[in-house]
Design a binder for this molecule. Structure first.
Ligand code: CP
Length: 307
């Protein structure tokens, strides 16, 4: 049987193109399962998975939980805001106590970059990074690239623009790494203050003018302004950001072609993306969410086979 090259999914940086293709192939099979009247398979019947979330989440947490249940795993959910972390318990003590209850895999979201990497050096269970601060969000990039391939039929040579708050975005980093591994061309676009200084070293084009970025691309992935990670002001106001970088119907009408619009969610409607685009026929935002379950089923299934 084909298997992944890694025991954990810590980031796209650590996996190969072959790993990604195996995940896509497995996800396509699981997507068929999701459309059946009985949406469950017994693949992880003997596995217990803990979803350990130290940061807020709607899509990722529910998508992992559904993926685990569709694979017949036993599932426990941990949220730091209602836990003994509030009494001073450390990350390692918390996870070791969860593992003492005979948990096999840990899905973790944490606000500190590198937290899942730290865990992987200290515990035996398989770890899946569900987002670590501004570092990586590997399953988001996998579901995004899977969705692009499904919509456009290929990734090799495709032009993808990532537009918005690149500086604070783990989604941007993981998407750039995944898209480059799969042969796509990538451009990042945003105000200069929201672009990391050395981002071009990742092999991406850099553009400050949003209309030029839209003219160039086949697919535009629009990112949220992450005010919760911004300690200083990077632009004068949200109104001004929206005026210069917000994606609206008029910008798309100025193009002489159709492009595909994506957003990882949550959307700040009227800031980085207007409803006339988010809810239009150009948008595959809800397809991304749908594909997230199949892609996460694939990741869980493939990692569960590696000790
Ligand atoms: N895309 C994403 O990670 O969304 P959540 O923060 O709701 O999980």
């Amino acid at each position: 049987m084909s298997q992944l090259s890694q025991k954990h999914l810590l980031g796209i940086k650590d996996i190969t193109r072959k790993d990604i293709e195996l995940i896509f192939e497995t996800a396509s099979n699981f997507k068929e399962v999701i459309y059946r009247p009985i949406k469950k398979v017994p693949s992880l019947r003997d596995i217990t998975i803990a979803n350990v979330f130290f940061e807020n989440s709607t899509r990722t947490r529910l998508s992992f939980e559904l993926a685990e249940k569709r694979l017949s795993a036993d599932v426990v959910n941990f949220s730091s805001s209602t836990s003994s972390v509030k009494k001073g318990e450390t990350l390692l003590d918390t996870v070791n106590n969860i593992l003492a209850m005979k948990v096999d895999m840990v899905v973790m979201r944490h606000s500190s970059p590198g937290a899942p990497h730290f865990l992987s050096r200290n515990i035996g269970a398989n770890i899946i990074n569900a987002g670590d601060g501004t570092h990586e969000h590997p399953t988001q990039a996998l579901l995004d690239t899977f969705s692009i391939q499904e919509k456009c039929g290929h990734l090799e040579g495709l032009k993808v623009a990532i537009i918005g708050d690149i500086l604070h975005s783990r989604v941007a980093i993981s998407n750039i790494l995944a898209l480059k591994k799969l042969g796509a061309e990538v451009m990042v676009c945003g105000p200069i203050t929201l672009l990391p200084k050395n981002i071009a070293l990742l092999g991406v084009q850099v553009e400050l003018d949003v209309q030029k970025a839209l003219n160039w691309c086949d697919v535009a992935n629009i990112l949220r302004i992450q005010l919760e990670r911004q300690q200083i002001k990077y632009f004068p106001s949200l109104r001004e950001y929206s005026l210069y970088y917000g994606i609206n119907k008029k910008l798309l009408e100025n193009l002489n072609k159709e492009i595909t619009i994506m957003h990882p969610g949550p959307i700040n409607r009227g800031v980085e993306l207007n409803s006339d685009v988010a809810d239009s026929e150009h948008s595959i935002i809800l397809d991304q969410v749908e594909n997230g379950v199949a892609v996460r089923m694939a990741v869980l299934y493939l990692l569960a086979g590696i000790n």
